[in-house]
Design a protein around this ligand. Sequence first.
Ligand SMILES: [Zn+2]
Length: 141
Amino acid sequence: MRTAAERRNLTDLRREEHRQAHIQRILSGLKSSFVGNDPGKNSAAYFFIKSFDGRKRRVIAAEFLGAGFDRSRINYPVVPLSTVDQHPCSTCGAEQPVIEQYLQTEDSPDGDTWLKEHFVLCFNCNGLFTDIERWESDGRF
Ligand SMILES: [Zn+2]
């Protein structure tokens, strides 16, 4: 029989495992979401963001491309990580790269829903999230 404290610890561990798995999906998305031709359609896509001429655009950090990756396959600007948009962590205040999560959340004959969220993931704070902004649309954006 597990004690209540042991059960609580297991719940905390599982929650931490889910959080770490989520962070891994984000990091691997930042290295691969640009490859598909319909990002966000079948699974969440992740991009860095850079403001050009007052518009926030999806970009790829050069550091996240594998060595020798064929850049002609990429339809997004490739920029140094140090130049992407940043936002302060709400816990420690450190500036971190803004990440966009983009995905289709509803796919039905009555209408679709697409979700776009900007957030930062703080590596000073062991991967704490700070939400910045969130948009919903009935079409891709
Ligand atoms: Zn922080």
